[in-house]
Design a protein around this ligand. Structure first.
Ligand code: CP
Length: 503
């Protein structure tokens, strides 16, 4: 086995892993498995002596947190942190950034974090001087779950991940495990994914073409039985009620009636039934009798989670050396690359056709018609010591806002872009436009960049092969402004860093 290096590596998305890295970690986890099954659990008991892991769980967890702690303990390391934010300064509105800085000051070697906002763990990793492991960020990713699921399949499939037929069921839309697992499987040859679920809980629109572009065959089947008949593994998931808006548990129970797993659905098939757990005992997406059936491998998965996390933490921390806390934030964190720079023409002043020119201030242009009053209200401009001229210009199909403020800060720009996406911001000094840009903000309302008081700078990156994605939640972004020229757009795209993911 060729050794690979995981030192100083953040574990944010399963898409950051290559096929070789996934196989390498499966082989290392198999070594942990062999030690465990041969009664040599503590053979590596001193390997991570004097190493420590901080667990920061802003959301509930049983398996992910305890299995990381167990993995550390069995390797001789220590763990500390919080499980739920009660009793922490998060209740006093401390930001992710400041919490992470404090954890680094407390001399931990690695952080495992779960948080409700998409992209929050990438932000934590940007701030931290030590490696960060994503224990689940919103509805986005859960990479170590995908690794342990893949490892479970690897063990049950003669240590191979090619040629698999895998079924998906339950909630494929709001869960993060389906995204991470299917992308992990997309590294391997001849993989077919079959699924059956209500439209509302079906495979996310962006995921299917992504998987297909990577050679995975994705087939929607009529029923759970149709899937069961054709797959080796059936991966069932819990409806993520906590992430659904305007849907009750009763609605979901009705929706899932045809799709829940009971003994009838598994009895005729030679299939291994997987579930990341927990099962919701009220929705009962898996009937309790199935828990006693030989088809289920849920608890094996959970144990494999300890072994995979042991392998991962060992590979990340086995080398000596630690980083000294500097107390300084990296200035690069401030450089949000989300301003599509426009080139202002000499004497350009199209607004003067409609309202008075201004000598010094900010003009917010190309707003959604009628949105200017909400911006005035939300920024409390009436009560600030500033001249304001909001204008709805129906003939021009837009609204406009002039102020004699010196500038808008990042939170104010985000507020404007929330109300009217991609506003054009003009800074005017002595009658001249000195800076003109379109302000881009991720459209995923659950993205950490959308949370004003977290002060995460919106940043984008260029995807290898085309397109733009948010650096934090990694959702695709399409530039909609018709005002920027092709040259300006091209120049903005060139200014973005290359893709950080291997997908
Ligand atoms: N599978 C999983 O992530 O479980 P927990 O929510 O208990 O961590």
């Amino acid at each position: 086995m060729t050794e690979l290096n995981f030192t100083n590596r953040d574990i944010i998305s399963i898409t950051d892993f290559t096929r070789e890295e996934i196989l390498f970690l499966c082989q290392k986890a198999k070594m942990m498995y062999d030690l465990e099954k041969s009664g040599q659990r503590y053979k590596l008991a001193n390997e991570l002596r004097n190493r420590s892991m901080a667990y920061l769980f802003y959301e509930p967890s049983t398996r992910t947190r305890t299995s990381h702690v167990t993995a550390m303990r069995e390797l001789g390391g220590l763990s500390d942190g919080f499980s739920g934010t009660e009793g922490t300064a998060v209740t006093k509105k401390e930001t992710i950034r400041d919490t992470i800085m404090m954890i680094c000051a407390n001399r931990f070697d690695v952080i495992v974090m779960r948080h409700p906002f998409d992209g929050s763990v990438q932000w934590a990793a940007d701030v931290a001087s030590i490696p960060v492991i994503n224990g689940g960020d919103g509805k986005n990713e859960h990479p170590t779950q995908a690794l342990l699921d893949v490892f479970t399949i690897y063990l049950l499939n003669n240590e191979s991940l090619d040629g698999l037929n895998v079924g998906f069921g339950g909630d494929l839309s709001y869960g993060r495990t389906i995204r991470s697992l299917s992308l992990a499987l997309s590294h391997f040859d001849n993989v077919t994914i079959r699924w059956a679920a209500e439209d509302f809980l079906g495979m996310p629109d962006d995921l299917v073409p992504l998987l297909e572009s990577r050679g995975v065959t994705v087939v929607r089947e009529e029923s759970v039985e149709d899937v069961m008949a054709k797959v080796q593994f059936y991966y069932m998931t819990r409806p993520q009620l906590e992430r659904m808006k305007g849907i009750s548990q009763e609605d979901i129970i009705k929706m899932m009636q045809k799709y829940r797993i009971d003994l009838e659905k598994v009895k005729d098939f030679d299939v291994k039934l997987m579930h990341p757990l927990p099962v919701n005992s009220e929705v009962a997406e898996i009937d309790y009798r199935v828990f006693f059936d030989k088809c289920q491998v849920f608890f094996q998965q959970a144990e494999n989670g300890i072994l995979m996390r042991k392998a991962l933490l060992y590979e990340m921390l086995k080398h000596d050396g630690y980083i000294q806390f500097s107390g300084q934030l990296n200035p690069a964190l401030e450089q949000g690359n989300n301003r599509l720079q426009r080139i202002s023409k000499e004497n350009e002043n199209e607004e003067k056709k409609f309202i008075d020119n201004i000598a010094n201030g900010v003009v917010v242009d190309h707003l959604k018609p009628g949105s200017e009053q909400k911006i005035v209200a939300d920024l409390n401009l009436i009560n600030r010591d500033t001249g304001i001229i909001p204008a709805n210009l129906p003939m021009a199909g837009k609204s406009l806002l002039k102020t004699d403020l010196f500038d808008f800060n990042e939170r104010e720009l985000k507020t404007i872009a929330e109300i009217s996406p991609e506003p054009t911001i003009n800074y005017i000094r002595e009658g001249k436009v000195v800076d003109k840009f379109v302000y881009l903000l991720c459209r995923n309302s659950d993205c950490v960049t959308r949370v004003l008081n977290e002060d995460v700078p919106p940043q984008f990156y260029r995807v290898n092969g085309g397109g733009v994605r948010c650096r934090y939640c990694r959702k695709p972004y399409t530039i909609i402004t018709r005002k920027a020229t092709e040259e300006e757009k091209r120049s903005f795209l060139q200014s973005l860093p290359e893709g950080i993911d291997k997908v």
